[in-house]
Design a binder for this molecule. Structure first.
Ligand code: NAD
Length: 246
């Protein structure tokens, strides 16, 4: 592994455009479990609370769970070593963009500036009727379900639910970055969620070198990954950073 870290750091130093594609795994060391797998969030909660059709007719019920998962629980999480290494890489010109499937805002909290949020963000609420956006506040989370002050419809978190399309700007920016990157670092993603997983595939099709950081194998590992660094995101990225700057 040490040798591979050295090779990866040389590749990263040479690259003129590198992106990171991140999934739920990067936030596991911040205490946020993934959705799938053993101890995943779907072990405890029913995914229907994030189904757009179900939410449309059962908004109040859904909001009790949504508040518990995404605000009481996710809301307390802090960026971990992996988020911080990626932010420092951006600052040093070693990382040009992050495409994240996560909605937890931890990349921005760590200091990353160029973050394409493929699935939106939990920090804002949106009215599906008038399309107004509102910052999440204690006030609107204290009164479940939060209502739009203009038309009194139930507000929805501004991340995508099952059955919703990808935010167009994030979609376009993510694929543009994928097409021009020389290296794509995949961190903590199963590759099972589409169309997000097409981002690293697009990078590969356009000639990028794919480095994958994940303690387990994923759908990427035996298809597009050039170098798999098995291990936790925080630990592997810290080793990579040490090697880059030594
Ligand atoms: P996912 O595709 O995001 O995969 C999680 C992956 O993380 C797995 O491959 C697992 O092996 C890996 N992993 C676990 N611990 C890790 C660690 N310490 N370091 C690196 N990798 C690690 O799977 P999902 O959870 O089913 O996600 C479905 C969708 O929901 C994705 O879009 C995901 O990003 C999103 N989601 C977001 C959050 C968040 O915002 N933090 C949390 C859960 C799910």
């Amino acid at each position: 592994m040490n040798n591979e870290i050295k090779i990866a750091s040389t590749i990263l130093k040479k690259s003129k455009f590198t992106i990171a594609f991140t999934g739920a795994g990067i936030s596991v060391e911040s205490g946020i479990p993934p959705f799938r797998g053993v101890h995943g969030l779907w072990d405890k909660y029913d995914p229907k609370v994030l189904d757009l059709d179900y939410f449309d007719s059962n908004g109040e019920e859904c909001w009790y769970y949504i508040r518990e998962i995404f605000y009481d629980f996710f809301g307390k999480a802090q960026p971990n070593a992996a988020h911080k290494v990626l932010a420092r890489m951006e600052k040093h010109g070693l990382l040009q963009a992050i495409v994240t499937q996560n909605i937890d805002n931890l990349h921005q909290m760590a200091g990353s500036n160029v973050v394409h949020e493929f699935h939106g963000n939990s920090n804002k609420l949106v009215c599906m009727k008038c399309n107004e956006h509102f910052e999440v506040s204690e006030k609107n989370l204290n009164n479940i379900p939060p209502l739009c002050p203009y038309d009194h419809s139930i507000l929805k978190p501004d991340f995508i639910f099952f059955g919703e399309g990808i935010p167009p700007v994030a979609y376009q920016n993510s694929f543009e970055a994928a097409k021009k990157c020389e290296v794509c670092i995949i961190v903590g993603s199963t590759g099972e969620v589409t169309p997000a997983s097409y981002v690293p595939h697009t990078a590969k099709q356009h000639g990028a070198y794919i480095i994958e950081i994940n303690p387990e194998s994923s759908l990427f590992t035996n298809s597009i990954t050039d170098m798999h660094l098995p291990g936790k995101a925080g630990e592997v990225l810290a080793q990579l950073e040490n090697c880059i700057f030594e």
